[in-house]
Design a protein around this ligand. Structure first.
Ligand SMILES: C[S@@+](CC[C@H](N)C(=O)[O-])C[C@H]1O[C@@H](n2cnc3c(N)ncnc32)[C@H](O)[C@@H]1O
Length: 138
């Protein structure tokens, strides 16, 4: 097949994936979204918080369901896996976390040049005031 035979790109509303070529992507896994032999350690990720999730899950989710420059909302930010992976993938993040000290910790983990791409909200995700803060941040 030469380049003139190639179908025109077909990109869904919710991602940058070209659906005519998805089989050729080696960074998007179609066998499992959850099962990985080991935790990725690059990109600022560390196993530094009980219950933080494997970064590759964030990678797969954000790649499949967001476009570049879009905003990921994580209402249980924890140690910031979503925030780190969002900026690694050229997305932005709004993160809500109950524990102020954890928010300070995650803020320090974000590279200085990317800090404007992450908004932190300290508070209860279920509270109306938090919902207002999220709307304002978005
Ligand atoms: C399992 S951890 C999330 C870990 C995160 N996905 C990561 O990879 O680092 C859950 C986090 O949600 C926070 N949390 C629990 N209830 C909350 C609430 N109602 N509003 C905001 N944060 C909450 C906890 O303090 C905890 O840090």
């Amino acid at each position: 097949m030469d380049s003139t035979d190639r179908k025109p790109p077909k990109t869904p509303r919710y991602s940058d994936i070209d659906l005519t070529r998805w089989r050729t992507y080696d960074h998007i896994f179609t066998d499992s979204l959850w099962l990985f032999p080991s935790r990725a350690k690059a990109g600022g990720h560390r196993l530094d918080y009980h219950g933080n999730y494997i970064p590759q899950i964030a990678t797969q989710l954000f790649t499949r369901y967001t476009k570049k420059d879009e905003i990921v909302l994580d209402l249980f930010l924890g140690s910031g896996t979503s925030a780190l992976e969002a900026i690694n993938l050229g997305r932005k993040c709004v993160g809500v976390e109950l524990k102020a000290e954890l928010v300070d910790y995650v803020r320090e983990k974000i590279p200085a040049e990317a800090r404007t791409h992450v908004r932190f909200i300290t508070g209860d995700s279920g509270a109306e005031t938090t919902a207002d803060a999220v709307r304002a941040a978005l």
